[in-house]
Design a binder for this molecule. Structure first.
Ligand SMILES: Cc1cc2nc3c(=O)[nH]c(=O)nc-3n(C[C@H](O)[C@H](O)[C@H](O)COP(=O)(O)OP(=O)(O)OC[C@H]3O[C@@H](n4cnc5c(N)ncnc54)[C@H](O)[C@@H]3O)c2cc1C
Ligand SMILES: *[C@@H]1O[C@H](CO)[C@@H](O)[C@H](O)[C@H]1NC(C)=O
Ligand SMILES: *[C@@H]1O[C@H](CO)[C@@H](O)[C@H](O)[C@H]1NC(C)=O
Ligand SMILES: *[C@@H]1O[C@H](CO)[C@@H](O)[C@H](O)[C@H]1NC(C)=O
Ligand SMILES: *[C@@H]1O[C@H](CO)[C@@H](O)[C@H](O)[C@H]1NC(C)=O
Ligand SMILES: *[C@@H]1O[C@H](CO)[C@@H](O)[C@H](O)[C@H]1NC(C)=O
Ligand SMILES: *[C@@H]1O[C@H](CO)[C@@H](O)[C@H](O)[C@H]1NC(C)=O
Ligand SMILES: *[C@@H]1O[C@H](CO)[C@@H](O)[C@H](O)[C@H]1NC(C)=O
Ligand SMILES: *[C@@H]1O[C@H](CO)[C@@H](O)[C@H](O)[C@H]1NC(C)=O
Ligand SMILES: *[C@@H]1O[C@H](CO)[C@@H](O)[C@H](O)[C@H]1NC(C)=O
Length: 501
C-alpha cells in the first residue's frame, strides 16, 4: 500500500485505519481488476455494489459486498476475465441462476462476481435431438425455447434455477423417471480451464474431465460457457397439485410410498412430496405434486393417481400445460424480499416406516423453533427412479457412484426459509438435531445410503466422500491436474461452493 511519508502521524493512523477497513472487504487487487475489465469491456458490462440492481435468491448471498459484478457476453470475455483475475490474484465467484445459499458461492465476498446471465442462449439443432445452451441459462430459458418446438430437456422444477449449478451437480427433474438425471443428458461442455484456455469436453476429448464435470458441481474445474444437452419430443403434461389437512398425513405418506415404489418403472409418472409447517396458521400440511407426461385427456387426473386422488384434499389444482408454463418465469422475483435459507439432504433406500418416521421427527423438531420469524420449513422427499440410476452408466459413467445401486432411492431435502440473521444459529441447531435423528432412524432400519446430493447440500458437509473414497480421490487428482495454482480451491481465488480441495 502506498502512503506518503510526509503525512502527520495522526492522519497516517487515520488513513491506515480507513484503508484497512477497505482492504478487509475489497482489496486493491480487485479494484484494479474491476478497472481493467471496465476499460476493456466497457461500463455496461461492469456493475458496482451499491449502484447495482442485482438480485439473488438468498438473503445471505444478497448481503455480500462485491468489488464489482462483471457480465461477460461470450466465452472469449470469460477467458479474458479469468486471466486478469489470476494474474492480479483477485478472488471471484461465478454465478448462473444464483440459487446457492452461502456467501461466495455465486456472489463474491469482496471480489469479482462473474455473472453469466448474458450467456443464456439456446440453439436447437434442426433434427431436434440436441441443443447448445449457454453456461448462464436458467431452466425457464431452455423450457420456453424447447416448448415452442414440442421438445424438452431434463430441467428443474423451478424456472429460475440455473442450468449451471443444476446440471453439474446432478439435476433431478420431473422428467427423470423417463430420461434420467440432467448430468447424464449432457453430451458436451465448453469449459474455460483455470489457465484461461477454452476446451471442448466430451466422451472423447478430455474424457476424464467429462466424467468429473458430471457430479462434482460447479466451481472446481473452471467456468462452463456452454452445454450441449440432449433434447427429445415432449408435448404438454398433466400437472396436479393436492394439499391435505394434517389429519390425512399418514394416509398420504402411505400412498406416496406406494406410488414411489409401485410406479418406479412407469415412465409416464413423476411425483414430489412436501410436508411443511405453516407458521401463520400453526399447522402442518402435506402436499403432493403429480406429473403425467403423455396425458390422453385434456381434463381429469390419470388413473395412475386414482388412490392418492381419493384422499379428500383441502386444495386441488390440475392442468394440462407445458413444462415452461408449470415451472414459472426465469427471473427471480423482486418481491417478496429475499429470505435466508438452509438446505440439507439425506438418502435412503425405500422404507414406508422411515418415510412416516421422518415426518414425525420433523414435527417434533419444528416444535422448538416455531417462534423463528418468517419460518417456513419443508421436508421434501422424492425418488431417484431406477431408470435414472441405470442412466448413470451412460457414456463412461459419472462421479456419483450410484450406477450399481438397486433403485429406487429416496432423496430427502430439508428446505427452510426464515428472516433474521439472529436466528441463523437456532435454525442450524434444528438441522443438526433433525439430521442426526433422521440418519439414526435410517441406519436402525437398515435403509441408510451415504449419498449426498450436492445441489441440496449444506456447507461443511463432506459431499465428495459420499461418492466413495476412490471416486473422491480420482476427482481430486483430476482437479489438481488442471489447476496447479489452486485457483478453483478453497484457498485459491474461486473459494465458494463445494470444493474438492
Ligand atoms: C428454488 C429451488 C429449486 C430447486 N429445484 C431443483 C430441482 O428441481 N432439481 C435439482 O436437482 N435441484 C434443484 N435445486 C437445487 C439447485 O440445482 C442447486 O442449488 C444449484 O446449484 C443451483 O444452480 P444455480 O446455477 O441456480 O446457482 P448458482 O449459485 O449460480 O451456482 C451454483 C454453483 O455452481 C457454480 N456454477 C454455476 N454455473 C456455473 C458455470 N457455468 N460454470 C462453472 N460453475 C458454475 C457456481 O459458481 C456455484 O458455486 C433447487 C434449488 C432452489 C433454490
Ligand atoms: C435499475 O433498474 C431500473 C428499472 O429496471 C433501471 O431503470 C435502472 O437504470 C437500473 N439501474 C442500474 C444502476 O442498473
Ligand atoms: C466476444 O465479444 C467481443 C465484444 O466484447 C467481440 O469483440 C468478440 O468478437 C466476441 N467473440 C466471440 C467469439 O464471439
Ligand atoms: C442431430 O444434429 C446434431 C447437430 O447437428 C448432431 O450432432 C446429431 O448427431 C444429430 N442427431 C441425429 C439423431 O441425427
Ligand atoms: C406442437 O404440437 C401441437 C399439438 O400436437 C401442434 O398443434 C403444433 O403444430 C406443434 N408445433 C410444432 C412447432 O411442431
Ligand atoms: C381436518 O379434516 C378433518 C376431517 O375432515 C376435520 O374434522 C378438521 O376440522 C380439519 N381440520 C382443519 C384444521 O381443517
Ligand atoms: C381420462 O379421464 C377420465 C376421467 O377424468 C379417466 O377415467 C380416464 O381413465 C382417463 N384416461 C386416460 C387415458 O388418462
Ligand atoms: C403457456 O402459456 C402461454 C402464455 O400464457 C400460452 O399461450 C400457452 O398456450 C401455454 N401453453 C400450454 C401448453 O398451456
Ligand atoms: C462406491 O461405493 C461403494 C459402497 O459405498 C464403495 O465400496 C466403493 O468403494 C465406491 N466406489 C468408488 C469408486 O469410490
Ligand atoms: C492449460 O491447461 C490445460 C490442462 O491442464 C493444458 O492441457 C494446456 O496445455 C494449458 N494451456 C496453456 C496455454 O498453458
Amino acid at each position: 500500500m502506498y502512503l506518503p511519508r510526509s503525512l502527520p502521524l495522526w492522519l497516517l493512523i487515520l488513513s491506515a485505519h480507513t484503508l484497512t477497513v477497505q482492504l478487509d472487504s475489497i482489496s486493491s487487487n480487485c479494484q484494479n481488476v474491476c478497472n481493467i475489465l471496465e476499460s476493456e469491456f466497457g461500463p455496461t458490462a461492469l456493475h458496482y455494489y451499491g449502484q447495482d440492481n442485482f438480485t439473488i435468491w438468498d438473503a445471505k448471498q444478497l448481503e455480500v459486498q462485491y468489488a464489482c459484478r462483471f457480465e461477460p457476453s461470450n466465452k472469449t470475455e470469460v477467458a479474458a476475465a479469468l486471466r486478469v483475475l489470476a494474474d492480479t490474484w483477485c478472488n471471484f465467484a461465478v454465478k448462473c441462476g444464483g440459487h446457492s445459499r452461502d456467501p461466495d458461492f455465486s456472489n463474491s465476498v469482496g471480489g469479482v462476481t462473474i455473472d453469466l446471465r448474458r450467456l443464456n442462449g439456446v440453439e436447437v439443432a434442426m433434427n431436434g435431438s440436441v441443443a447448445r445452451v449457454g453456461g448462464g441459462a436458467v431452466t425457464a430459458d431452455v423450457y420456453s425455447a424447447l416448448d415452442a418446438r414440442n421438445l424438452s430437456f431434463v430441467g428443474g422444477r423451478v424456472g429460475s434455477v440455473g442450468v449451471g449449478g443444476f446440471a453439474t451437480g446432478g439435476g433431478t427433474s420431473p422428467l427423470s423417471s423417463r430420461h434420467g438425471w440432467a448430468l447424464d443428458n449432457i453430451y458436451e461442455y465448453e469449459l474455460v480451464l483455470p489457465n484461461a484456455t477454452s476446451v471442448t469436453v466430451n466422451e472423447h476429448q478430455h474424457s476424464e474431465l467429462y466424467w468429473a464435470l458430471r457430479g462434482a458441481g460447479g466451481g472446481n474445474f473452471g467456468i462452463i460457457t456452454s452445454f450441449v444437452i440432449r433434447t427429445f419430443p415432449q408435448g404438454p403434461i398433466y400437472a396436479g397439485r393436492r394439499t391435505w389437512n394434517d389429519t390425512y398425513t399418514d394416509q398420504v405418506a402411505d400412498e406416496v410410498y406406494d406410488l414411489y415404489t409401485g410406479q418406479d418403472h412407469n415412465t409416464q409418472v413423476s411425483a414430489d412430496f412436501y410436508y411443511g409447517y405453516v407458521q401463520a396458521e400453526d399447522i402442518f400440511t402435506p402436499t403432493v405434486n403429480l406429473r403425467y407426461f403423455d396425458p390422453m385427456n385434456t381434463t381429469g387426473s390419470p388413473p395412475a393417481f386414482a388412490s392418492i386422488d381419493r384422499i379428500p384434499a383441502a386444495t386441488f389444482s390440475g392442468q394440462i400445460s407445458s413444462l415452461g408454463n408449470i415451472t414459472g418465469p426465469g427471473r427471480i422475483p423482486a418481491t417478496p424480499p429475499p429470505q435466508r435459507h438452509l438446505f440439507q439432504t439425506t438418502t435412503a433406500f425405500p422404507s414406508r416406516e422411515w418415510l412416516q418416521g421422518s415426518l414425525q421427527i420433523f414435527r417434533e423438531e419444528v416444535e422448538d423453533i416455531k417462534s423463528v420469524e418468517g419460518l417456513n420449513p419443508q421436508i421434501i422427499t422424492y425418488t431417484i427412479p431406477s431408470r435414472a440410476i441405470q442412466g448413470m452408466a451412460d457414456r463412461g459413467g459419472n462421479a456419483l457412484n450410484l450406477s450399481n445401486v438397486q433403485g429406487p432411492l429416496f432423496i430427502t431435502l430439508l428446505s427452510t426459509a426464515w428472516l433474521r440473521e439472529e436466528d441463523d444459529v437456532l435454525v442450524g441447531d434444528f438441522y443438526d438435531r433433525l439430521f442426526s435423528r433422521l440418519e439414526d432412524a435410517s441406519r436402525r432400519l437398515n435403509v441408510y445410503h451415504p449419498y449426498k446430493y450436492v445441489g441440496y447440500a449444506r456447507l461443511g458437509e463432506d459431499i465428495f466422500s459420499s461418492y466413495g473414497a476412490d471416486n473422491r480421490e480420482k476427482l481430486v487428482q483430476i482437479q489438481e491436474s488442471v489447476d496447479r495454482k489452486g485457483i478453483f480451491t478453497s484457498s485459491g481465488l474461486c473459494r465458494g461452493g463445494f470444493k474438492l480441495r
